[in-house]
Design a protein around this ligand. Structure first.
Ligand code: F6P
Length: 342
């Protein structure tokens, strides 16, 4: 078969491992040919391709990013976009397409599938917010990067008796924040799922410091919001999928904590460092298993499906179900984090 592969949305450690695995099994086991689409759906829309075979995948397993490039192009927001995508697939003789992405990229895959494209999805995102899979590759790496940073923030915070607010990614789910907060020993973890109360946070910090702790690290998810009417936050631009560009809550929080408690407070926004660099062993293994499972799906004709991890097994779920709902943080996990809040 002639199989196209694309990577869409924000990049994520492990993307190259998926590509490598699908190509390796496709070429060796099934005798497939591959076409790499550049920059996510933009490549399909505009017919931007690159050669893709086992040779092209040598050495990419430990490399972050994606050799195919990525973008947040949404063909359904472009006049005639879906038809152009279908025409590209037809003209290049693509029998099947493997789309590696998050909610947005897979949402397009699902809709294009309804219009006749033969697509298989692979879930990726550092945010871990896709339902139907217990975990996405990239998440483990992002959490580890945050924990390494928090460990470093602790020692400098202790030297200076400071509060440090550490802002992490995750969009509208607090998975990165809560995992990094628990593993990093945060004095507070603020997530989008539960609007925060600035008075309560400050009271906890004062209590903690009155007990002899003079340094605290507060982890805040970029999508965390204050309880209605308690703090004024800025609203940002939106992308082609209508998502707000998040970031900046950490600075606001640091200013407020310092103003209200008198403790010297600094903010660190980890930003894209969380998405860069080499994937952890866990993510390499998961990504490799997903890549192998995706090419198997193609040969089983399981189009309109996404591969997923459930109870340690790789399974197939309908794309529609996979993108229907955001997976938010388990309240039980938040309770664990809260035990260490003061
Ligand atoms: O979805 C992954 C993610 O890293 C989010 O955590 C973050 O909000 C967003 O992408 C950032 O997007 P961009 O790279 O376009 O700034």
């Amino acid at each position: 078969m002639r199989v196209g592969i694309l990577t869409g949305g924000g990049d994520c450690p492990g993307l190259n491992a998926v590509i490598r695995a699908a190509v390796r099994k496709g070429e060796h086991t099934y005798g497939d040919d591959f076409v790499g689409f550049r920059d996510g759906w933009k490549g399909v829309l505009e017919g931007l391709t690159m050669p893709l075979d086992v040779e092209a995948c040598r050495g990419i397993l430990p490399r972050g990013g994606t050799i195919l490039g990525s973008s947040r192009t949404n063909p359904f927001k472009i006049d005639g976009g879906p038809a152009r995508c279908l025409a590209t697939l037809e003209s290049l003789g693509i029998d099947a397409l493997i789309a590696i992405g998050g909610e947005d990229t897979l949402g397009v895959a699902n809709k294009l599938g309804d219009e006749g494209a033969r697509v298989v999805g692979v879930p990726k995102t550092i945010d871990n917010d896709l339902s139907a899979t217990e975990v996405t590759f990239g998440f483990n790496t992002a959490v580890q990067i945050c924990v390494d940073a928090i460990d470093r923030l602790h020692t400098t915070a202790e030297s200076h008796d400071r509060v440090i607010v550490c802002e992490v990614m995750g969009r509208h789910a607090g998975w990165i924040a809560v995992h990094a907060g628990i593993a990093g020993g945060a004095a507070a973890v603020l997530v989008p799922e539960v609007p925060f109360d600035i008075d309560e946070i400050c009271a906890n910090l004062v209590l903690r410091h009155s007990r002899g702790h003079f340094a605290s690290v507060v982890v805040v998810a970029e999508g965390a919001t204050p309880k209605a009417g308690t703090l004024v936050t800025a609203s940002g631009e939106v992308d082609a999928f209508g998502h707000a560009r998040l970031g900046g809550i950490g600075n606001l929080l640091a200013t407020e904590v310092e103003r209200r408690t008198g403790f010297e407070t600094r903010a660190t926004i980890l930003g894209h460092v969380q998405r860069g660099g080499t994937p952890t062993a866990f993510d390499r293994v998961l990504a490799t298993r997903f890549g192998v499972a995706a090419i198997d799906c193609v040969h089983d004709g399981a189009f309109g499906h996404m591969v997923a991890l459930q109870s340690t097994h790789i399974v197939r779920v309908p794309l529609g179900a996979a993108v229907a709902e955001l997976k938010t943080v388990d309240p039980g996990l938040l309770e664990v984090a809260e035990l260490f809040h003061f």
